[in-house]
Write a protein that binds this ligand. Structure first.
Ligand code: 0RA
Length: 663
């Protein structure tokens, strides 16, 4: 069926069958029924509160994860109307909660642009919940109605009086729909709520987790945090007074800025546009773009417009002030964005989402709107801040020079890659199969582990490329410098790809038609060093071969941590819980005669063990790297691989799962 037809029949089904259709085909409405879909339910409800806040009636949203993994979302908006709906012969509340897409039909100022990726409304959440309770404070009364699987199980009842207004939705996801998991992840919700707080300044968004107590901290007079010795429920409040400007500071934490304050661009001329940007002394380009509060991971026309407007205004400023007179060569569009961090947020009434993950804006009219707003605001900024302007141009010229100097190295890589048919790196142990779909390559830390992997592998489909120690930290390499590194050249050559090129819209793409393996597996030791190396390799993929990640070709291998043994019985374990369980089981309740061997590195395993636990497709656990949480990944990479030490130390301390093994 064609796309348009599909959508057409979908909307007619909705009218005919209402919420039954949602229960029959939940993925069609909320994307999927995995952990992602489960969390999507929360976003769907919160989006309605954000709409209410955007309309100017709400400034506080409280999200609570209850002990039973039900979710409560409370706002201080006007409250969903509870009066009789003239056409439907039932309360407006019931209509909002049981009719698909009814959420916005009442609002007079109908420029509703928020709404989740699928924008289906609270009624979907209702349909997919075992239990949903709506409580509305409005006109001095407290109204309540209950539902189960989308159907009302009570009338709208007045249960008390109040002097405030607002809506509280409590729902318990239906486990027969969410069969994979019904357990909410605090961090997943926290990341999204934080993002929403930055994107919609002035709203207090609180998250509380009733399932977990944590140590309470207070700030002392020096601003240091100190434990009080008491326990409190886990939670955070997200609030941003200045919006995107603070978002950038959060994303860019730990880098040195080129100009004192971020540049802010706001325009309401054609469509609402909100942009903040900052330059730092790093070398990567970090632009986060949003449409209607949705992170457009694949960019699109708004991003394209921003890039155009930015280069145009900076170029005009440089030429006007004769700052390029000594510069030989020409400026590449990407030169304008080295060391740039920017957040772009636009509101589009009828967004068209395209691309592999449906997170790429297609509306053509948005390009010129954003481009004009950007260049107009940048012109004013540069006019008023000529000193900052000069600093930025100097950085751009530096980037251009570094790029040109690196071009030779790059051309060499290209030539070698393309020309030499037998040009595989000497250390590569290739597989015999030629169909890329069936082929895997393991990037292995160190020659010794590489040797074991070569012995243990399935030669037909598995190739091994040992990497020497720590590969270059590309986060610290200017321009094309990364391409000077022998280990990185080897990766390009082994994979059969060339350096990503920018197209006319400013998007970087790789030619993946010659990619020789559809699984690229990073295999490192299960210790701190190994994690660091995996992180370096991932950073390289993230910055230079993003298309590989986007297509789902990149994986992490997970070698076991322990071997528990009694007599001939052997059990591999990946966690401390598994180890304890295996010890108990093999020892029949005692640990007599049970030995526990801890693997410190891949090199300690025999080829057979490595195959059995980590490489054998039948038994191994591969973790696919996805772009789901690209935002957090980006921040983490910058932080871990950047210059600033304190945040890195903090992160490692908080996340050092491996560090405890010896304890
Ligand atoms: C329909 C109409 C009005 C508000 C809402 C829905 C509304 C929905 C949700 C969902 C969560 N929080 C909400 N807050 C409000 C307009 C009400 C009016 O005109 O008074």
């Amino acid at each position: 069926m064609k796309k348009a037809e599909e959508q057409y029949s979908a909307s007619s089904i909705q009218v005919l069958e209402g919420l039954e259709a949602v229960r029959k085909r939940p993925s069609m409405y909320i994307g999927d029924i995995s952990e992602r879909g489960l969390h999507h339910l929360v976003y769907e409800v919160v989006d309605n509160c954000i709409d209410e806040a955007m309309a100017g009636f709400c400034d506080s949203i409280d999200v609570t994860i209850n002990e039973d993994n039900s979710i409560c979302v409370k706002d201080n908006g006007r409250g969903i109307p509870t009066g009789m709906h003239p056409k439907e012969h039932r309360s407006a509340l019931e209509v909002v909660l049981t009719v698909l897409h009814a959420g916005g039909k009442f609002s007079k100022d109908s420029y509703k642009v928020s709404g989740g990726l699928h924008g289906v409304g609270v009624s979907c959440v209702n349909a997919l919940s075992d239990l949903l309770i709506a409580e509305v404070h409005r006109e001095g009364k407290i109204f309540m109605q209950r539902y189960s699987k989308g159907k009302p199980t009570s009338q709208v009842e007045v249960i008390g009086e109040c002097s405030d207004t607002g809506t509280t939705i409590t729902f318990l996801p239906d486990p027969t729909i969410f069969t994979q998991t019904t357990v909410y992840k605090y961090d997943t919700l926290a990341n999204r709520l934080r993002e929403l707080a930055y994107l919609n300044k002035g709203i207090h968004i609180k998250l509380t987790d009733q399932r977990e107590f944590v140590d309470e901290y207070v700030q002392d007079e020096n601003g240091d945090s100190k434990a009080t010795g008491r326990k409190v429920l886990k939670g955070e409040e997200f609030y941003s007074e200045k919006g995107l400007q603070e978002f950038i500071q959060y994303m860019d934490a730990g880098s040195d800025h080129l100009i004192p304050d971020p540049v802010c661009i706001e325009s309401d001329k054609i469509i609402p546009i909100d942009i903040a940007l900052q330059y730092n002394n790093g070398f990567s380009e970090k632009i986060y773009s949003y449409v209607n509060n949705i992170h457009t991971i694949e960019g699109g026309t708004h991003l394209q417009g921003f890039k155009m407007g930015l280069s145009r205004s900076l170029k005009a400023f440089a030429e006007k002030n004769k700052l390029l007179d000594k510069f030989k060569g020409d400026l590449d569009p990407a030169d304008f964005r080295e060391g740039l961090t920017a957040v772009i947020s636009v509101k589009v009434a009828e967004p068209q989402f395209e691309g592999q993950t449906k997170t790429k804006l297609g509306n053509p009219e948005v390009t010129s709107a954003v481009s004009q707003a950007t260049s107009a605001a940048m012109e004013i900024f540069l006019e008023e801040h000529p000193k900052e302007g000069r600093v930025i141009i100097e950085k751009i010229v530096l980037a251009a020079n570094a790029r040109m100097a690196a071009r030779k190295a790059r051309e060499m890589v290209q030539r070698k890659t393309v020309m030499s048919g037998a040009g595989m790196p000497g250390k590569l142990a290739d597989c015999s199969e030629r169909d890329p779909e069936k082929c895997e390559i393991f990037l292995v830390e160190g020659d010794s582990a590489g040797g074991t992997a070569k012995q243990g592998r399935d030669r037909r489909t598995q190739a091994i490329l040992p990497l020497r120690g720590k590969i270059l930290n590309v986060e610290k390499a200017a321009g094309g410098k990364a391409l000077d590194s022998q280990e990185i050249i080897n990766i390009y050559r082994a994979l059969g790809v060339t350096v990503a090129k920018e197209d006319e819209t400013g998007e970087k793409h790789m030619d993946l038609s010659r990619l020789r393996y559809h699984k690229v597996v990073i295999m490192t030791d299960a210790d701190v060093d190994g994690s660091h190396i995996a992180c370096l390799i991932l950073t390289f993929f993230f910055r230079y071969m993003f298309d590989l990640i986007k297509n789902g070709y990149v994986y992490l291998a997970t070698p076991p941590l322990y071997l528990v043994k009694k007599g001939k019985e052997e059990v591999y374990c990946w966690t401390d819980e598994q180890r304890a369980e295996a010890t108990q089981r093999l020892g029949n309740g005692s640990d007599r005669g049970v030995t526990v061997q801890r693997y410190k590195g891949l090199g300690e395993m025999s080829d057979v063990q490595l195959w059995e636990t980590t490489m054998n497709p039948e038994k191994r656990l591969l973790r696919q790297i996805t772009i789901e949480n690209a935002l957090e990944a980006e921040r983490t990479f910058s932080m871990l691989m950047g210059d600033d030490v304190p945040p890195r130390r903090q992160f490692i301390e908080e996340n050092a799962h491996y560090a405890n093994i010896d304890a």
